[in-house]
Design a protein around this ligand. Structure first.
Ligand code: NAP
Ligand code: GDD
Length: 375
C-alpha cells in the first residue's frame, strides 16, 4: 500500500509540482481546494480524476485554512501519513492590504492543522511539513542566512509565518509530533503566480516579443533574491518528511541576484540611473525557434526602445533587500541538491510564457494575427 498525503494549497505552484511528484512515487494525494466562482485548478488538471473512477490516486476536498471544523474533519477522514501545509495568502505586498486575513490563514491556519492532528490522536501517524519562508529573515541579521540566523520579519505575511514557524516547533517539542519547517527561499517556475516578480517579467517579455504589450512597470529593482526552481524545491519538502527525526531546514541555491539582473537575463539591458530598461540587442538564437522570421525582424526594429519603467506603487512599506541562503544542512543531511541554476530557470519560464502567449493570441484572434506573426 502506498502512503497517503494531504496537501493544503494544492492548486498553487508548489501544490501542483508536489502532487505530481508524490503521485509518481505511488502516493494517494488528497488536496484541499477553496471554493471559487471559476475553476482554479489549471495547474493540477492533468492529475485530476473524476470521482467515479475507482481507486483514485488524487482526491480533492473543499476547504479553507480559516475553518477549523472543516480542517479537522478532512484530516479525520483522510488520516494522512504526511501533511504538507502549503496553503497561504502568499503575496508579501498584498499582506500589507489584508493583514488580519493573512494572520488568520497563514498563522492560525497552521495551528488548526497541528491541533487537529493532536485532537484526532494522529500524533504518531501524521507527519507535518510547514511551508516556512526566507521572508522570516527580513531585515537580515547575518549573510548568508542559515537555520540559526535570527529572524526579523518585515511584513504582515512574514509575521504570520513567524507564528506558524514557532507553533510548529512548539507542537514538535510539546507533543512529539513529527513536524518540520522547510525555510524555503524564493522558488519560481512556469507555474508561478503572475504577480510575483519573475513571472511578471517573463510574461511581459513574452508579450513584448509578440507585440502584445509595449512596456512593463516594476517596483524596487535593487532588492536581491536567492531564486531556485519549484521542481527542485518540492523534492526537498518530500525528503524532509522522510527523515527519522523532524527538523528545520534552509532550502536555497546559495546564489543571489538583483531584480534588475533577472530582467536583463530575461530580455533587456538596464540604464540604472534612470531606472528604465531598454532593448539593447536581440538574441536571435534565443527567439528564432519561437517567433519566426517576420516577428524577429519586427523585434529587431525595437532595439533601443524603453520597455521597463518603475512605478512606486509597487514599492513595499518595508522591504526585504537581500536574501541568500546557506543550504549546507540540506545538502549534507537530506542529500538534496538543486538541478536548475537561475539561467536555466529563467529560460524555462520565458519559453513557457512565449508558448502560452502565442496560444492566447491565437485563440483571441481566431488565428489571423498569428499567421501574420509567425508566417
Ligand atoms: P501560491 O502559488 O500562492 O499557492 C498558495 C495556495 O494556497 C493556493 O492553492 C491557494 O488557493 C491556497 N490558499 C490560499 N489561502 C487559502 C485559504 N484560506 N484556505 C485554503 N487554501 C488557501 O504559493 P506557492 O508559491 O505555491 O507557495 C506554497 C507555500 O510556500 C505558501 O505557504 C508560501 O507562503 C510558501 N513559500 C513559498 C515560497 C516561494 O518562493 N514560492 C517560498 C517560501 C515559502 P487558491 O488557488 O484558491 O488561491
Ligand atoms: N511582486 C513584485 N512585483 N515584486 C517586485 C516588483 C513587481 O512589480 N518589482 C520589484 N519587485 C521586488 C519586490 O519588492 C521584492 O523585493 C522582490 O521583487 C521579490 O518579490 P516577489 O516576487 O513578490 O516575492 P517575495 O520575495 O516578496 O516573496 C516570495 O518569496 C517568499 C520567500 O522569500 C513569495 O513567494 C513568498 O510567499 C515567499 O515566502
Amino acid at each position: 500500500m502506498g502512503k497517503t498525503a494531504l496537501i493544503t494549497g494544492i492548486t498553487g505552484q508548489d501544490g501542483a509540482y508536489l502532487s505530481d511528484y508524490l503521485i509518481k512515487k505511488g502516493y494517494t494525494v488528497h488536496g484541499i481546494k477553496r471554493r471559487s466562482s471559476l475553476f482554479n485548478t489549471d495547474r493540477i488538471d492533468h492529475l485530476y480524476q473524476d470521482p467515479h473512477v475507482e481507486n483514485r490516486n488524487m482526491i480533492l476536498h473543499y476547504g479553507d485554512m480559516t475553518d477549523s471544523m472543516n480542517i479537522t474533519r478532512i484530516i479525520g477522514d483522510v488520516k494522512p501519513d504526511e501533511i504538507y501545509n502549503l496553503a497561504a495568502m502568499s503575496h508579501v505586498k498584498v499582506s500589507f492590504d489584508t493583514p488580519e486575513y493573512t494572520a488568520n490563514a497563514d498563522g492560525i491556519g497552521t495551528l488548526r492543522i497541528l491541533e487537529a492532528v493532536r485532537l484526532l490522536n494522529l500524533t504518531n501517524k501524521s507527519r507535518i511539513y510547514q511551508a516556512s519562508t526566507s521572508e522570516l529573515y527580513g531585515l537580515v541579521q547575518e549573510v548568508p542566512q542559515k537555520e540559526t540566523t535570527p529572524f526579523y520579519p518585515r511584513s504582515p505575511y512574514a509575521v504570520a509565518k513567524l507564528y506558524a514557524y514557532w507553533i510548529t516547533v512548539n507542537y514538535r517539542e510539546a507533543y512529539g509530533i513529527h513536524a518540520s519547517n522547510g525555510i524555503l527561499f524564493n522558488h519560481e517556475s512556469p507555474l508561478r503566480g503572475e504577480t510575483f516578480v519573475t513571472r511578471k517579467v517573463t510574461r511581459a517579455v513574452a508579450r513584448i516579443v509578440l507585440g502584445l504589450q509595449d512596456k512593463v512597470y516594476m517596483g524596487n529593482l535593487s532588492s536581491k533574491r536567492d531564486w531556485g526552481h519549484a521542481k527542485d524545491y518540492v523534492k526537498a519538502m518530500y525528503l524532509i518528511l522522510q527523515q527519522d527525526q523532524p527538523d528545520d531546514y534552509v532550502i536555497s541555491t546559495g546564489v543571489t541576484t538583483t531584480i534588475r539582473d533577472f530582467i536583463k537575463m530575461a530580455f533587456v539591458e538596464g540604464k540604472d540611473e534612470e531606472e528604465v530598461g531598454f532593448i539593447a540587442s536581440i538574441d536571435e538564437n534565443k527567439f528564432a525557434n519561437i517567433v519566426g522570421n517576420k516577428q524577429l525582424e519586427l523585434l529587431k526594429k525595437r532595439v533601443g526602445d524603453v520597455v521597463v519603467g518603475v512605478d512606486p506603487a509597487y514599492f513595499r512599506p518595508t522591504e526585504v533587500e537581500l536574501l541568500i541562503g546557506d543550504n549546507t544542512k540540506a545538502r549534507t543531511k537530506l542529500n538534496w541538491t538543486p538541478e536548475y541554476d537561475l539561467k536555466a530557470l529563467c529560460e524555462d519560464m520565458v519559453i513557457s510564457d512565449l508558448a502560452l502567449m502565442k496560444k492566447e493570441e491565437y485563440l483571441k484572434d481566431g488565428g489571423y494575427r498569428i499567421l501574420n506573426y509567425f508566417e
